[in-house]
Design a protein around this ligand. Structure first.
Ligand code: FAD
Length: 587
């Protein structure tokens, strides 16, 4: 088959906040940059981010980046790398001002400064009074950021491949990355992008769970591509369940609602968070609030005919505040829960939301992994940023408002480092035709339609398995069963039948490729979770209820070949300040 080929200095797979901020650096430096996205760029999932982005601007309460750093290290349950966290919290301030200058329409205080709201896990003075650190554009911050970055990229002449699906990375015998094979979704035609550098910015993988706040596109494709290229995934056991998804549906009700004064109650009308987090209450860290809700329901204090959720009260805030600060939440509640939060409380339950783990990188966005089974080093030509990457700034639990920050800071850092790399490596490496053939074979395998269960049936079964076996509370028994079930599902993929209806829209192969990706990601989650024999952050094991710093203050690494697990040390040394040593984590 003759394959169409294009050549670029930099290929960016993913047009969310991470990909677009990286692309902007490169396009502004007059480099040839291609951005590939399986949906139109402004439909990337960053558009859904509601509450805001953290930066210690001190516009509402006293604040500084060092307090932000402390909160992030504590929020991570001490598993985050402190050098990367310091870098992110310091960079937060210029990053938000850069967004403002690029045109993001932030909400304003009466004095004209950027509006900031309180979010969970934020404190003044290293664990003191509640801070207000989250810069917001009403409850549509991600929308405002994504549209601004897209417009700036159009101005800078970034080359977009909209509605193209990335199938696999191409690597050579030395493990260097040479570009990727992509598929034009409308026509079904493959295209080879040869590139001197490739950045994975493909976002999260929330679709591996049945109930999730994530869109259908969040299938972990970039992480799975990295796995197939021999890169392990780091800390995949740490998956965040956001406390307030709309009960039974999963759509997100932002933490900003509690930041504005909303609170949770059980069937007795009790503000139960006062028992679980006496100081921070409803604004404790997300893992703490999610466990509290699940415990209330398990112990019979749930609400509704099945006593299977709790309520988020907002009505006392009044219509003015809700309409001005939380208009999107009011709309979502009306559409998905059939209630107006100005009048009635919102039924909520934890929903799969955010993956703390991902492709291991340093703070310049360079992917760091064992090459050809050798020692760990920077993979030539490969970068990752955003939710698909693990720097690691979130450790075992991410704080609200720190993900938009992560994607912007490390998207920018990756873009800047690529500029440096291209200066030192101005030429394309020779293309590996064996690498190309391998990627083409992955696509062609789906020309055969299969006789077994349909893609949709297998996907539904898989997502239910993940919900049942890798949820908020995990035990050895539950997870061992989960590993066995994911293995069975993997075996079913060999004979899976392409879903019929989608052939009309030419998406059948894409759905099958996504399912393959999700199953590999699912295995990385259940296996890493089974290995970690402690409770830390979002990983909660009733059979090992304590955090165990002696044995488990380390990052996990999952490798696809042979489903292998390995570990590596946490960077406990910051760049310029004293480290924050592990302490009991109370809110
Ligand atoms: C409902 C919701 C609300 C949130 N609110 C907040 C908040 O208030 N504050 C905060 O800090 N964080 C928030 N988050 C988290 C945050 O929004 C995300 O972590 C972040 O936006 C991810 O950005 P990204 O650039 O990594 O990826 P995304 O924005 O998800 O973009 C991924 C890109 O990759 C592309 N892609 C993926 N696979 C392929 C493929 N195979 N081929 C081609 N393209 C591909 C997609 O098309 C897309 O362009 C929220 C998350 C959700 C779900």
């Amino acid at each position: 088959m003759t394959l169409a080929r294009r050549h670029f200095d930099a290929l960016i797979i993913g047009a969310g906040g991470a990909g677009l901020n990286a692309a902007l650096q490169l396009a502004n430096a007059n480099l040839r940059v291609a951005v590939v996205s399986k949906v139109f760029p402004t439909r990337s999932h960053t558009v859904a981010a509601q509450g805001g982005v953290n930066a210690a601007l001190a516009n509402v309460q006293p604040d500084n980046w060092h307090w932000h750093m402390f909160d992030t290290v504590k929020g991570s349950d001490y598993l985050g790398d402190q050098d990367a966290i310091e870098f992110m919290c310091r960079e937060a301030i210029p990053t938000v001002y850069e967004l403002e200058h690029n045109g993001v329409p932030f909400s304003r205080l009466d004095n004209g400064r950027i509006y900031q709201r309180a979010f969970g896990g934020q404190s003044q003075n290293f664990g003191g009074a509640q801070a207000a650190r989250t810069c917001a554009a009403a409850d549509r911050t991600g929308h405002a950021i994504l549209h601004t970055l897209y417009q700036q990229n159009i101005r800078a002449r970034t080359h977009f491949f909209d509605e193209y699906f990335a199938i696999d990375l191409i690597s050579d015998d030395e493990g260097a990355i040479l570009g990727a094979l992509i598929l034009e979704m409308e026509t079904g035609e493959p295209l080879l992008i040869e590139s001197k550098t490739t950045l994975l910015a493909t976002g999260g993988c929330g679709q591996v769970f049945r109930t999730t706040s994530n869109a259908h596109i969040n299938t972990g494709d970039g992480m799975a591509m990295a796995l197939r290229a021999g890169v392990p995934l780091m800390d995949m056991e740490f998956f965040q369940f956001h406390p307030t998804g709309i009960a039974g549906k999963g759509m997100l009700i932002t933490e900003g609602v509690r930041g504005e004064g909303g609170y949770l109650v059980n069937k007795d009308g009790e503000r139960f968070m006062e028992r679980y987090a006496p100081n921070a209450k409803d604004l404790a860290s997300r893992d703490v609030v999610s466990r509290a809700i699940v415990t209330e329901v398990k112990e019979g204090r749930g609400v509704g005919p099945n006593a299977d959720h709790v309520l988020l009260k907002v009505d006392h805030l009044g219509e003015d505040i809700v309409s001005k600060r939380l208009p999107g939440i009011r709309e979502s509640s009306k559409i998905f829960a059939g209630i107006d939060p100005v009048v009635e409380p919102i039924p909520v339950f934890p929903t799969a939301h955010y993956v703390m783990g991902g492709i291991p990188t340093d703070r310049y966005g360079r992917v760091v992994a064992p090459i050809q089974k050798g020692p760990e080093e920077v993979v030539p030509g490969l970068y990752a940023a955003g939710e698909c990457a693990c720097v690691s700034v979130h450790g075992a639990n991410r704080l609200g408002g720190n993900s938009l920050l992560d994607i912007l800071v490390f998207g920018r850092a990756a873009g800047q480092d690529i500029i440096k790399y291209l200066d030192e490596n101005p030429n394309h490496r020779p293309m590996s035709e064996a690498g190309v053939e391998k990627a083409v074979a992955r696509l062609n395998r789906w020309d055969k339609r299969g006789e077994g269960l349909s893609v949709r049936e297998v996907r539904d079964e898989f997502r239910k398995v993940m919900e049942d076996h890798a949820g908020v509370f995990r035990t050895d028994e539950i997870m061992s069963e989960g590993v066995a079930k994911v293995k069975e599902i993997r075996a079913k993929l060999a004979d899976v039948r392409l879903t019929d209806h989608s052939s009309v829209f030419n998406t059948a192969r894409v759905e099958a490729l996504e399912l393959e990706n999700m199953v590999d990601i699912g295995m990385s989650i259940v296996l890493s979770a089974l290995e970690r024999k402690e409770s830390r952050g979002a990983h909660s094991r009733p059979d090992y209820p304590e955090r165990d710093d002696n044995n488990w203050l380390k990052h996990s690494l999952y490798t696809l070949e042979g489903d292998q697990m390995d570990f590596k040390p946490v960077h406990t040394k910051p760049l310029t300040v004293e480290p924050f040593p592990p302490k009991p984590r109370v809110y």
